[in-house]
Design a protein around this ligand. Sequence first.
Ligand code: NAP
Length: 336
Amino acid sequence: MPDRNHRVVLCRAIEGVPQPEDFRMTEAAVPEPAAGEFLVRHRYISLDPYQRPAIAGRYDGAPLGAGDMPPAETVGEVIRSRHAGFREGDWVRHIGGWQEYSVCDGERTFVVDARRAPLSAYLGVLGMPGLTAWASAVKLADVQAGQTALVSAAAGPVGATFGQIAIQRGARVVGIAGSEEKCRLVTEEFGFSACVNYKRPTYLQDLQRAVGEGADCYHDNVGGQMLVDALGVLKPYGTVVLCGLITQYNTPDAERQFSFNLGLPIMKRAVMKGLVVYDFEPQRQQFFDELAPLVAAGRIRFREDRVTGIERTGEHFARLMRGENVGKALVVLGED
Ligand SMILES: NC(=O)c1ccc[n+]([C@@H]2O[C@H](COP(=O)([O-])OP(=O)(O)OC[C@H]3O[C@@H](n4cnc5c(N)ncnc54)[C@H](OP(=O)(O)O)[C@@H]3O)[C@@H](O)[C@H]2O)c1
């Protein structure tokens, strides 16, 4: 039985873009499960953009300060159980946080099956980001064969999965991403028809050229000026799925400072739909049963951006929030 649990906590309340020095590692005794609980040894910790607004208190709960541990989904093994529904040796996904071990009462906990998919995929393409992408492509945008679909942050888990589901449905898909490396991944590995690097000076012309006659739908992971530019290439009556606002997560004031001319969606007769992934929780099994065979067959692919060791969690999160991750950001603990 292990006796020490390493966890990563904030050194202070964070302003702006997180820095590796904003986090430190602490240790405490491994917690004992009480009756009705079980102890999980984490193998993977998921780092996700929502953790930044969660740290700032703009997601769910109060702002985090010195000594507080950010939330995170984890995949791990039940190593001690006093819960009738979970056995030692089960692998589970739950909200375990930035630490090596957690005690869980079974709330919002799912047993995962390594025979159906790699365990880490339950945090990415077959986890919350994948469900988000599926909800957008299938339920909200309802992408159809012959359409053109546009998506930002296209190399990340939500964007890449959205695009590949749209391709499976017969659409032509154009991505937007922040480097040549990401654009190559999006076209060569994920099969998008084109990917535009928004950091190039010719971005707007490149976008216009890549989209051609116009986009039938746009999945927005970013907000801000990128949303405005995408509306510019949307077809009349096109659909915009508003999913993420990563341009604002590090700079809350950006929300107030950014002015958005609502004349643009009016002129486009755009249909704009907000997406909250938790609304689609009841359809998680349907999503999984549709996507898992496609992932197993290599028809939907995924890329992971991994580091190993709990002590690297803060640094890896800072990298994600600088937009430098290429694929799903994960921390691996122990033997992979
Ligand atoms: N509504 C919901 O229920 C829901 C659920 C899940 C996720 N989301 C949102 O979906 C979006 C994508 O999530 P994901 O998990 O797939 O993450 P991700 O793509 O790995 O997110 C990070 C990427 O965002 C891009 N980015 C654009 N502007 C940025 C900026 N100012 N600062 C930092 N990064 C920037 C970067 O890619 P580039 O280099 O290509 O710009 C970066 O690699 C996020 O906004 C997330 O919050 C929403």
